[in-house]
Design a protein around this ligand. Structure first.
Ligand code: ZN
Length: 97
């Protein structure tokens, strides 16, 4: 899977595959203000996909106003509601190929 943008809560986040140094010590990072997700392109493809999901979860965490005091059921419900449209979009893209 190599996507160039993903819609999360109505915002299209550009996915940029960058040199590892750009992400510092991390494998990826999110720029919420500019709607960009950066992924270290030197990683194996499976790892890049894993990092993309990780960054999507960060965006959902922030958009869902989750915090460390939230109980498990709230965290799971918020992430489910925010990720469901993302998964639908990914499946529809995968089925087009
Ligand atoms: Zn993280």
């Amino acid at each position: 899977m190599t996507k160039t943008a993903i819609n999360i809560c109505g915002i299209s986040y550009e996915i940029k595959y960058v040199e590892g140094d750009y992400c510092g010590a991390n494998m990826g990072k999110s720029d919420f203000a500019n709607a960009k997700i950066f992924i270290n392109k030197d990683l194996p493809l499976d790892v890049q996909d894993n990092v993309l999901l990780h960054e999507i979860m960060h965006i959902c965490y922030r958009n869902g106003y989750l915090c460390k005091e939230d109980d498990e059921e709230r965290v799971v419900e918020v992430l489910t509601n925010l990720l469901y449209p993302v998964l639908k979009e990914m499946y529809s893209c995968a089925n087009r190929q």
